[in-house]
Each structure stands twice: as structure tokens, then as C-alpha cells.
Design a protein around this ligand. Structure first.
Ligand code: PBG
Length: 308
């Protein structure tokens, strides 16, 4: 009765990776229990998600081809566009969040367009807006820009409205840090090699882990530009940011417990150095306690299974 914080099934968003082909379910080496799914298998996975009572999924895509223009990101028949249509056909009530970024689709692995080794912020906005509209058209309920270009929330909001998608909301990755905890995700989407040896070479657009005030400024801009939900990412090492954001705004807050946070619990448990379930549950409770209303986590399915 005196418990102050409770993790609810309703808080969880389950990340899923769609992969070309049919009948494919590839386990990601550094993320035990997480898979790349061909669309047929992805729809089956969503049936389990719905049966377990998880309210939402967030989709990422691994395209057949990558190029410098990120063509696969905004293609009418792109991997995520097709996945959304297939999921919505079978599960119209499952909330589908579409991550919007170019890094899964660019041959160089950066989140925006590049010329002479530099990120082109404003040219990237055009491509991101096109991508957002195509995902909304496919049926996405929420658009989640994770690219960290300046001005993207405003650009995407205008583009969505102009295309008639006024009801599609924006979940902005506002405080997205240039983090080493994304390591295993780059395995998951096959962009690790493209970005070179360092996980940190996105530092011209992602936030410096040393900067809490900068993330408050980013959040204020996103609110101004029309964000409906704000996100902090990674979660566990950035609980102070979540706490501070809770003071800054009454908007709903999301936190992304990223691939590296998931992988480290698995790895330590495998060695017998940590109690798997207890560490997992504590890590999620801490994120909720710090102020997150929504939690994106690769643990969502097993939490739901245990609560069932
Ligand atoms: C960018 C994106 C990344 C993640 C989600 N969206 C990787 C990056 O910014 O390099 C990481 C998620 C995770 O590590 O679980 N599209």
C-alpha cells in the first residue's frame, strides 16, 4: 500500500526490427531474445504482443539496399512502410510508432545527408519530412524522429499537417545522447561498420553526455515546434535528465532503455554475476521512478509474460 512506484503493462513500448524476405527470424547476437523479422514473422510477433496486452510497438527497418540518399527511408514500398501496412491490417488497434531516421538507410550510416564529410542539416530535414509523411500514410500513429537534426520537429509537423495527417502525433527524441550504449543496436540494423570504429562519431548532432542543460534547450525547442511526447535516451545512465525534464514540462515523457542497457544485463547474468530478473525489474522501476510515463524496452514481452 505504501509502494510509490509501479511499472504497468500500459507503460511499455516494444521495439521491433523488420527485415527483407520471408520466413526469417534472425536472433541479434548481442541482444539475446531480440530478432530481425521478415514482415510475415513480424505480424505473427505482433499477434503475441497484442495477446500479451502490450499497447504499442516501435518499428525499425533494415532495407535491402543502402545508398547516400537514404532512398529506402521514404520509399512507398520501403521495409517499414510495408511492415506498418501489414501490421495495421491484422491489428488495427495496436499503436504503431515509426522511428524516423536515415542511419538505417544511408550507406555511410549517419542520421542525415552528408557532403564533404559534413552533415547537411537543412537538406536532411527535407528527407526526414518526406520519410515521416510516407510512414504516416502507411498508417503509423506516432512519428518518432531520432535523427537529432535541428528544426526537425517543426519541419515534420508542417509536412504531416500539409499532407492531411493532423492526427498523427510526434514523439520527439529530445534528449538523445551520443552514447556507447547504442553498440548492439548497430549490429541489429547493420550500420556499425558504416559509421566506422567509434560509436561516438555522431557527436555533431547527438548530445554530449556531459551536457544536461543542452538537453533542456533541445526539449524546449521541440515543445515549441509541436512535439507531443518527449524522449530521453539512453534511460538508465540519464535518469537525472528525465527528472529535470519532468520539472520542465507537463508533456508525457518517454525513456528508451537502449540495446546496450539490455545487453549488459544479459551478459552479466549469463556469467552468473547478476540476478537476471531482479536486475531487469530494478532497472525498469528506476526509469519509471525518475519520471517516465512510457518506457521503450526490449524486455517488454517478458515483463508482460510474467505479469500474465
Ligand atoms: C537512430 C537510432 C539509434 C537507436 C535508436 N534509433 C542508434 C543511433 O542513434 O546510433 C538506438 C537504440 C538502441 O540502442 O536500442 N536511428
Amino acid at each position: 500500500m505504501v509502494r510509490e512506484t509501479r511499472l504497468n503493462l500500459d507503460d511499455l513500448i516494444y521495439p521491433l526490427f523488420s527485415y527483407p524476405g520471408e520466413n526469417i527470424k534472425n536472433e541479434i547476437k548481442s541482444m539475446p531474445g531480440v530478432y530481425q523479422f521478415s514482415i510475415d514473422k513480424l505480424v505473427e510477433e505482433c499477434s503475441e504482443v497484442v495477446d500479451l496486452g502490450i499497447p504499442a510497438v516501435i518499428l525499425f527497418g533494415i532495407p535491402e539496399d543502402k545508398d547516400t540518399k537514404a532512398s529506402g527511408a521514404f520509399a512507398e514500398d520501403g521495409i517499414v512502410q510495408r511492415a506498418i501496412r501489414a501490421i495495421k491490417k491484422k491489428h488495427p488497434k495496436l499503436l504503431v510508432v515509426a522511428d524516423v531516421c536515415l542511419c538505417e538507410y544511408t550507406s555511410h550510416g549517419h542520421c542525415g545527408m552528408i557532403r564533404d564529410g559534413e552533415i547537411l542539416n537543412d537538406e536532411s530535414l527535407v528527407v526526414l519530412s518526406k520519410t515521416a509523411v510516407s510512414l504516416a500514410k502507411a498508417g503509423a500513429d506516432l512519428i518518432a524522429p531520432s535523427d537529432m537534426m535541428d528544426g526537425r520537429v517543426g519541419a515534420i509537423r508542417s509536412a504531416l499537417d500539409a499532407a492531411g495527417h493532423t492526427q498523427v502525433a510526434i514523439l520527439a527524441y529530445s534528449a538523445k545522447y551520443a552514447s556507447a550504449f547504442y553498440g548492439p543496436f548497430r549490429d541489429a540494423v547493420g550500420s556499425q561498420q558504416a559509421v566506422g570504429k567509434s560509436y561516438l562519431d555522431k557527436r555533431t548532432y547527438q548530445l554530449n553526455p556531459a551536457n544536461p542543460r543542452e538537453s533542456m534547450m533541445e526539449a524546449a525547442l521541440d515543445i515549441d515546434e509541436g512535439a507531443d511526447v518527449l524522449m530521453v535516451k539512453p534511460a538508465g545512465a540519464y535518469l537525472d535528465i528525465l527528472c529535470q525534464l519532468r520539472q520542465l514540462t507537463d508533456l508525457p515523457l518517454a525513456a528508451y532503455q537502449v540495446s546496450g542497457e539490455y545487453a549488459q544485463i544479459h551478459a552479466a547474468a549469463e556469467k552468473g554475476w547478476l540476478d537476471y530478473a531482479a536486475t531487469r525489474d530494478e532497472s525498469l522501476l528506476a526509469i519509471k521512478r525518475a519520471g517516465a510515463n512510457l518506457i521503450l524496452t526490449y524486455f517488454a514481452k517478458e515483463i508482460a509474460e510474467e505479469q500474465a
